[in-house]
Design a binder for this molecule. Structure first.
Ligand code: MF3
Ligand code: CO
Length: 251
């Protein structure tokens, strides 16, 4: 599939999808507390998304059974909500959500502290978020995809962290996953040239330890192989002639 350039009309719909997703994440962030289950988060998230008149895009995507991916501590991404899994003080929890508004997708993830967490966990979350912002410094017309990928990796590795290699960001639009793939690590090729109207989901997944990950028997949940903590931060971004527009974040 070719990389698509969105029209002004499509961009307007993706702005709306992104704004709704940003609000969804804000409401979920405010609800996180020790004792709640990962299923509670999924139920609440689905209710918020449907309340905005949107469809949760992950539900039934390739058989994924929930609306929100909830990944705790050494779980990297795609954790499946479970009514017996309670969040505990000191956990970190990554929430990944997607919405469809009038046929257009937005995709975003945040990692939150549950109560008070270790300084190591705080640092990992903060650096992972900053990896995204380091990456999008290069997200403008005329640059190449690898400028973003390299910047993310370089920043994470300054802190001795492991950049996950087995999962990548992606183009997004009328489909959740469109071309191009957006790796969080340097490629040998410079990749496609960025053009105004491209929309990308840029999503660093950063481990406190080694980059290696393993898949659980549910065939979804991805964990760090070495048991180290992992964080995830993602937004849907519009490429313009100048500064990128972060569609799924309200500043
Ligand atoms: N942000 C994730 C991704 O880009 C969400 C997809 S998970 C699934 O792959 F549940 F939808 F499958
Ligand atoms: Co994504």
């Amino acid at each position: 599939m070719a990389v698509t350039i969105k029209s002004e009309r499509e961009i307007e719909l993706m702005r709306k999808a992104g704004e709704i997703l940003a609000r969804t994440h804000e409401e979920l962030a405010a609800a996180i507390r020790p004792g709640m289950t990962t299923m509670d988060i999924d139920r609440l998230g689905e209710k918020i998304i449907r309340g905005f008149g949107c469809i949760p895009s992950f539900k039934n995507y390739n058989g994924y059974p929930a609306s929100i991916c909830v990944s705790v501590n050494d779980e990297v991404v795609h954790g499946i909500p479970n009514k017996r899994r309670h969040l505990e003080e000191g956990d970190i929890v990554s929430l990944d959500a997607g919405v469809i508004y009038k046929g257009y997708h937005s995709d975003a993830a945040r990692t939150h502290a549950v109560g008070t967490v270790s300084p190591e966990a705080e640092k990992l979350m903060e650096v992972t978020r900053q990896c995204f912002f380091e990456g999008i410094k290069f997200a403008k017309a005329g640059n190449h995809l690898n400028d973003i990928s390299s910047a993310i990796q370089a920043y994470a590795e300054k802190f001795g962290y492991g950049v996950v290699r087995d999962l990548v960001g992606h183009g997004i639009g009328t489909h959740l996953h469109e071309d191009p793939e957006v790796p969080n690590f340097a490629q040998k090729r410079k990749g496609i040239r960025l053009e105004p109207g491209m929309t990308l989901a840029i999503e660093p997944m950063i481990n406190a330890g080694r980059p290696d990950v393993i898949w659980m028997d549910d065939d979804w949940t991805v964990k760090t192989e070495d048991g180290s903590l992992s964080a995830h931060y993602e937004n849907t971004v519009l490429i313009t002639e100048g500064e990128p527009e972060i569609l799924s974040l309200r500043l």
